[in-house]
Design a protein around this ligand. Structure first.
Ligand code: ADP
Ligand code: ZN
Length: 674
C-alpha cells in the first residue's frame, strides 16, 4: 500500500508536486521531507494528501522525513501558501525560507563573540501618559485578530506602548514578534527591550553568523526566548504560540524585499496575525498612505498620540529659500558654501556654543554626482549601467548600482583638452566644506561609505551619546530610530533631493524623511526649555511635502496626496503589479517586453473581468540598464488585488514562452519603480 502526497519542493516550480509514500513513513502536513527531483535529492514541505494521481508519468517515492524539524504549525503553512500565491513566487522556496540556515548543533560550543542580546539591569516602566494609557486600553479592548495603527508623533512613547502590550502577551503565556527596519535595529533598541524583559529576548538581523541565527531560531521555537526582535525576515520564524505582532515604523520602504520573494513585511505580518488570530500593531509618525487609508476606511483601528511625552514640545520648523542671495553682514562670513544659508550657519554656531549637537541631513553620499568636461561636454558614466559615476574621496569615481569604480582623472579622457569639473553635492563634500567654518568642532559622517557594519554604527552612536561628536552629517541612515538627548538642531541641507524622482511615491517619501529627520531634534527638552529646531533648505519652497511638514500636519498631507493618487488610480486608490523584463541583449529585452504586453492585451480581450484593468507599457525602466542588463517595464493597475493576481498569473502561464536569455520578474504591490 502506498499513498499520494503533495510536496512543495525546493525548486522554481509554480506548483507543488505529487509523490508516493510507502507505509513505513508516518506522514503529517507541515513536515519537511526529502524527495528525489530529477537526478537530485531536495527538501520540500509536505502539504497534505493528493486527491488524484497525475497521469502520464511514473511517480517517485518520498525518501524520508527530516526529523530535525517539528511539523510547521497549521497557521504558518497557510501563511506560506498565501505568500506564494499572492507574491507569485514558487511555494517550495517560500516554505524553505522558514528553516534556519544551519542544522542544529548538538553540543553547544562556547562562542567567542559577544552575546546577541546584551545582559541589562532591569528597568521599571514609567508612568504612562494619558494618551499612552488610552491607546493601550483601546487595543486591549479587542480580542483576537485586529490590525491597530498607533499613529503617534516622534517621541510620543510608541515604543513604551509596545513594551507594555508585550508584557501582557507574555503574562498570557504567549510569545511576541517585533519587526523593525534593519537600520533601526540598533543596540540602543535591543537594549531597551532587554532591560524590560531580561533574557527573554531573541534578535535576528543581518550581522549575525549563520550559527547565531540558527541558535536564535531554536531558542524561539523551543520557548527559551519569548520575544523575537528582528528585521522583516524574522517573520519566517514559525513561532507556535504567537500572541502579538508589532511592526514599528511600518511606513519604511525597507520592509519590502526587492528580490526573490518580493513580500512586504508589514502586509505579510497582517496576514500572519489574521491566520493566527492575534493582534497586529503598526506604529508610525508618518504612516504609509496604504495603511492610513485602511485606517480611514475602518479596516485598521486608529489610535492617535498627538504629543511628545513629558510635555516636551515638537521642534520649531523653518524653511530657508536657497534662491535668495545672502545680504552682506558682519554676523557671518561672506564666503559660506552655496549650500549653507546664513540662517543655518547662525543656528549652528549658536547651538554649538551652548555645547549642544547639530545633525545635517542630505540623502546623497560622496563628493559630487556629476563629473563633466566643460570643453566637450563629456560626462563619466558607468560602463555597466545608465548612470553617472559619483566622485568619492577626491579621486575615486564609483557607480552606486554596481561595483564599478575607476580613478578620477583631471584631464578629460574624451577630448584630452578640458579639465574635468565636479558638480553636485554629497555628504562627503559637506563634511569637507564645513570644517573651516567650525574649527575645533568634531564632525562625524554617517553614510554607507563610512558605516559598513554594526560595529561602525555602534561607534557612531556612542560618540553621539557621549558628546564626542559635535556635528553629525548623514544620509537617511541617521533619520530613523535614533534618540540623542543633546541633539538640538537638525538641518536638511537640500530637501529637493528626491522631489523629482520618476516615482509616484516621491512626494510621500520626501514628507516622511523630512518629518522623521525633524523628529530627531530636541527629543529630551525639559518642560519650559526651548524646543529643538529644524532648518529646511530648498530651492522649491512651495513643494507639497514641505507645506505640510512645517506644520507637523500629516493628516493634511495625506488627504492632499491621496486625492492625487485617486485621480490616477495609484495606491492606495488602486493596486499595482509590475513586470520587469531583463536581458543582456537590448533587442531581446525589447522583444520579450512586447510579447508580454501582447499576451496581456489578448487575455484582456477574451475575459470580461480583466477589461477594466489598465496596462501601461512596455516602456524602458527609468534606470534603463543596470549591471549590463537592459530593463523594460509593464505596469498593471486595477482596483481589486484578486483580479489583478489571477490576471498576472495567467499572463505568466507556464513561463515556457519566455525567450531564453530573458527574465521576467513580477512584483506585486511594488514600492520601487526605478
Ligand atoms: P517613539 O517610539 O514614539 O518615538 P519613545 O517610546 O522612544 O517614542 O519615547 C521617547 C522617549 O520618552 C524615550 O526616551 C522613552 O524612554 C521616554 N518615555 C516613553 N514613555 C514615557 C512616559 N510615559 N514617561 C516618561 N518618559 C517616557
Ligand atoms: Zn554600474
Amino acid at each position: 500500500m502506498s499513498s499520494l502526497w503533495r510536496v512543495a519542493v525546493d525548486a522554481p516550480l509554480p506548483e507543488a508536486l505529487t509523490y508516493r509514500a510507502g507505509p513505513e513513513l508516518l506522514l503529517q502536513r507541515g513536515q519537511i521531507v526529502l524527495v528525489p527531483l530529477g537526478k537530485r535529492k531536495v527538501r520540500g514541505l509536505l502539504l497534505g494528501p493528493a486527491d488524484s494521481e497525475p497521469t502520464g508519468f511514473e511517480l517517485k517515492f518520498i525518501e524520508a522525513v527530516d526529523a530535525e524539524y517539528p511539523p510547521l504549525p497549521e497557521h504558518f503553512i497557510r501563511w506560506i501558501e498565501w505568500l506564494s500565491r499572492y507574491y507569485l513566487y514558487p511555494p517550495g522556496p517560500t516554505a524553505l525560507t522558514t528553516l534556519p540556515p544551519l542544522s542544529r548543533q548538538v553540543k553547544e560550543r562556547k562562542s567567542k563573540r559577544a552575546s546577541v542580546v546584551p545582559e541589562m539591569a532591569p528597568s521599571t516602566p514609567p508612568v504612562l501618559t494619558e494618551e499612552q494609557r488610552r491607546c493601550i486600553d483601546g487595543i486591549n479592548a479587542h480580542e483576537g485578530f485586529n490590525t491597530h495603527l498607533v499613529f503617534g508623533v516622534t517621541g510620543s512613547g510608541k515604543t513604551e506602548i509596545y513594551l507594555q502590550l508585550l508584557e501582557k502577551t507574555l503574562s498570557e503565556g504567549k510569545s511576541g514578534l517585533v519587526l523593525v527596519p534593519e537600520i533601526s535595529l540598533t543596540p540602543q533598541l535591543v537594549q531597551r527591550f532587554a532591560a524590560r524583559f531580561g533574557d527573554s529576548i531573541a534578535a535576528l538581523h543581518s550581522q549575525l553568523t549563520d550559527r547565531e541565527r540558527t541558535n536564535q531560531w531554536w531558542d524561539m521555537i523551543e520557548g527559551r526566548k519569548k520575544i523575537l526582535i528582528g528585521a522583516r525576515s524574522a517573520l519566517f520564524c514559525p513561532i507556535e504560540n504567537l500572541g502579538l505582532i508589532v511592526v514599528d515604523e511600518e511606513h519604511e520602504p525597507s520592509f519590502k524585499q526587492d528580490e526573490k520573494l518580493k513580500y512586504h513585511g508589514r502586509d505579510a505580518a497582517v496576514m500572519l496575525g489574521h491566520l493566527k488570530n492575534c493582534p497586529v500593531i503598526l506604529g508610525s509618525a508618518t504612516p504609509s498612505l496604504e495603511t492610513w487609508n485602511n485606517a480611514l476606511e475602518g479596516k485598521y483601528r486608529l489610535h492617535t498620540l498627538k504629543n511628545r511625552v513629558a510635555g516636551r514640545e515638537l521642534p520649531t520648523m523653518k524653511i530657508v529659500d536657497l534662491r535668495e542671495k545672502p545680504e552682506p553682514s558682519k554676523n557671518y562670513p561672506m564666503n559660506l558654501p552655496y549650500w549653507m544659508s546664513p540662517d543655518l550657519y547662525l543656528a549652528m554656531s549658536e547651538t554649538l556654543s551652548r555645547g549642544e549637537q547639530v545633525a545635517l541631513f542630505l540623502n546623497r553620499r560622496g563628493m559630487a554626482n556629476l563629473v563633466v568636461c566643460p570643453s566637450c561636454g563629456h560626462t563619466r558614466e558607468c560602463p555597466n549601467c545608465d548612470i553617472n559615476l559619483t566622485l568619492h574621496a577626491g579621486n575615486h569615481l564609483i557607480c552606486h548600482y554596481c561595483d564599478y569604480h575607476e580613478n578620477f582623472k583631471q584631464k578629460c579622457p574624451d577630448c584630452r583638452e578640458g579639465q574635468m569639473e565636479t558638480i553636485g553635492l554629497g555628504t562627503e563634500l559637506i563634511e569637507k566644506d564645513l570644517a573651516p567654518f567650525f574649527p575645533g568642532k568634531k564632525i562625524s559622517r554617517a553614510d554607507r561609505d563610512e558605516i559598513q557594519n554594526r560595529i561602525d554604527l555602534e561607534e557612531m552612536v556612542r560618540q553621539m551619546e557621549e558628546g564626542e561628536t559635535d556635528i553629525l552629517v548623514g544620509t537617511q541612515m541617521i533619520a530613523k530610530g535614533l534618540d540623542f538627548p543633546r541633539l538640538k538642531l537638525v538641518g536638511l541641507v537640500l530637501a529637493d533631493v528626491g522631489f523629482n524622482l520618476p516615482d509616484f511615491r516621491a512626494t510621500e517619501r520626501s514628507f516622511q524623511l523630512i518629518t522623521q529627520m525633524a523628529g530627531r531634534s530636541g527629543r529630551h527638552v525639559a518642560p519650559g526649555e526651548s524646543p529643538g529646531s529644524v532648518i529646511i533648505q530648498t530651492f522649491n519652497t512651495d513643494h507639497d511635502s514641505l507645506k505640510f511638514a512645517v506644520h507637523h500636519d500629516f493628516e493634511g498631507f495625506a488627504a492632499h496626496e491621496i486625492s492625487f493618487r485617486k485621480a490616477l488610480n495609484y495606491p492606495p486608490a488602486g493596486r499595482i503589479v509590475s513586470f520587469r523584463i531583463q536581458a543582456g541583449d537590448l533587442s531581446k529585452a525589447k522583444q520579450t517586453s512586447r510579447l508580454l504586453a501582447s499576451r496581456a492585451r489578448a487575455l484582456q480581450e477574451r475575459h470580461e473581468p480583466y477589461k477594466g484593468l489598465e496596462i501601461l507599457g512596455p516602456a524602458e525602466a527609468p534606470l534603463a540598464r543596470i549591471r549590463n542588463q537592459y530593463r523594460f517595464q509593464i505596469l498593471m493597475k486595477g482596483p481589486r488585488p484578486d483580479v489583478l493576481n489571477s490576471f498576472a498569473r495567467q499572463i505568466l502561464g507556464d513561463e515556457k514562452w519566455i525567450p531564453a536569455g530573458a527574465r521576467i520578474l513580477a512584483d506585486v504591490d511594488p514600492l520601487h519603480l526605478l
